[in-house]
Design a protein around this ligand. Structure first.
Ligand code: GLN
Length: 495
């Protein structure tokens, strides 16, 4: 593998601007790394022609001295983003053959900033999952392994293709989306950085909807600096998304001083779960000590409604999903079932949706329809909304009391084996999100930073949760943590 693909966005940007390397060279290096990494199943639609065209255009801009933030930098794009004329299937059979007529706001902003798209990345179907095992393209395989054991591990989900591709140096960075943890959990499972910004920071326009009040796009990168660079290019006000915030976008990278002296970091008591592995406990304690050593004040805090977050999420997210996914009816997009003589419109809907949606998506549609149904609406959906308000209030109260950021583990374990949860109750899989869903329910920014390894040599991540709209400050705290943790390990290449 070429050393070029190992560069961070910041390093590659500086080399491009110094004309030490061209975007076309970087792009070719990534394209051949992707060719050689079929075993990971991370890239599911390859767009080498688009990449080369964009790279040539970027080289021309660089030559003219016009080099915006992402100019010439090759990235991967999660399959959930609509990309004009390029398959955008949300890893679902139901969107097979769908070629969007338009570009999502996030990808179009990245392209305006000069980014080069290498292809589309695998994910869980409609972003529902924590292991990338619900994809119509098949599993993604984590580039990391447990020591010399060749058991195939999950990269996490739903942005598992993005995580694996970045960790394996197939691209310099990738887009992800996060409804309940789908950027942060796979980032933690693969030793990379992932930030879910404040709800409303990135436009959702052109991102296939899962649960609209929770979905946010964000960058998945090798370093915190790269996350700052890429987030700046992705976010900003978009009149096409009514929930997009009309706020200025600060220069996030310029805010990375690493100075966190006097910052107050909260350690939430309720995140210390029964049965939490000792390694996760230790990682969390080590992270706390690192922030303290960097000059932060550590305070124990309480977020009393934490234990209701997961049940509330698994009512609200399926409710919104059942409504959002009603549009896939065989009429407007993608797949339509072959009909038998005498079949009417109802059979067409039923057969199309039965063939087009995988099991997890069907489960969510059924749960969502149930909790929204007339007899159960108050008991489930309205109650979950009230719980959500209480969870948000817990966070508001600690921020009002002077907390700048909250430190928690990102996941309750390291990456697990593919297939390991196959026979488990679906709730076992949902437990992966125990530390991350609260952040989506409250609309806050959260970032996963690789901070250590387990005894088997797998990466472990910590999560920092910030005040709304203060991603710059959050990134700076994450930067201080990254520097203190000094996580530089890479997966050994076996693919
Ligand atoms: N794992 C969670 C779920 O299955 C979160 C997914 C996501 O953030 N898109 O809903």
């Amino acid at each position: 593998m070429s050393e070029l693909t190992k560069l961070t966005l910041a390093e590659a940007r500086d080399k491009l601007r110094a004309r030490d390397v061209s975007s076309l060279e970087l792009t070719e290096a990534c394209l051949s790394a992707i060719e050689g990494a079929g075993a990971l199943n991370a890239f599911v639609h390859h767009t080498p022609e688009i990449a080369r065209d964009q790279a040539r255009a970027a080289d021309a801009r660089l030559a003219a001295g016009d080099a915006p933030a992402m100019c010439g930098l090759p990235i991967g794009v999660k399959d959930l983003f609509c990309t004009k004329g390029v398959p955008s299937q949300a890893a679902s059979r139901i969107l097979q053959g769908f070629l969007p007529e338009y570009e999502s706001t996030v990808t179009s902003q990245l392209f305006d900033a000069g980014a080069v798209m290498l292809g589309k990345l695998n994910m869980d179907e409609f972003a529902m999952g924590s292991s990338n095992e619900t994809s119509c393209y098949g599993n993604v395989v984590n580039p990391w392994r447990r020591g010399n054991d060749d058991t195939a591990l999950t990269p996490g989900g739903s942005s598992g293709g993005s995580a694996a591709a970045v960790a394996a140096d197939l691209c310099l960075a990738a887009t992800g989306t996060d409804t309940g943890g789908s950027i942060r959990q796979p980032a933690a499972f693969t030793g990379i950085v992932g930030i879910k910004p404040t709800y409303g920071r990135c436009s959702r326009w052109g991102v296939v909807a899962f649960a609209s009040s929770l979905d946010q796009a964000g960058p998945m990168t090798k370093t915190v600096r790269d996350a700052a660079i890429m987030l700046g290019a992705m976010c900003g006000h978009d009149p096409k998304d009514s929930t997009s915030a009309d706020l200025p976008v600060p220069d996030f990278e310029a805010m990375l001083t690493g100075d966190i002296r006097g910052k107050v970091i909260g350690i939430p008591r309720e995140y210390r779960m029964d049965g939490m592995p000792a390694e996760i406990e230790k990682l969390w304690a080590d992270g706390t000590a690192m922030l303290k050593a960097a000059g932060a004040e550590i305070r124990e805090i309480s977020l009393p409604h934490t234990k209701y977050a997961l049940p509330a999420y698994y009512v609200i997210a399926p409710a919104e999903a059942s409504s959002n996914l009603a549009r896939y009816d065989g009429v407007r997009y993608g797949h339509r079932a072959k009909l038998a003589q005498g079949d009417g419109i109802t059979e067409m809907y039923e057969k199309t949706r039965a063939e087009g949606f995988g099991h997890e998506v069907q489960r969510r549609v059924m749960v969502g329809t149930y909790v929204l149904s007339a007899g159960f609406y108050d008991a489930y959906y309205n109650r979950a909304r009230k719980v959500r308000a209480l969870i948000k209030r817990d966070f508001d109260q600690v921020f009002d009391a002077g907390i700048d950021a909250i430190l928690t583990p990102a996941t309750p374990s390291a990456a697990f084996g593919l297939g390991e949860m196959q026979d488990a109750d679906p709730v076992q899989m949902y437990l992966n999100d125990v530390f991350t869903v609260t952040v989506n329910l409250a609309g806050l920014p959260g970032i996963a930073v690789p901070a250590g390894m387990d005894a088997q040599g797998l990466p472990l991540g910590l999560q920092l949760i910030g005040r709304p709209w203060e991603e710059g400050d959050l990134l700076n705290t994450a930067y201080a943590l990254e520097q203190a943790a000094g996580f530089v390990a890479k997966p050994g290449k076996w693919w």
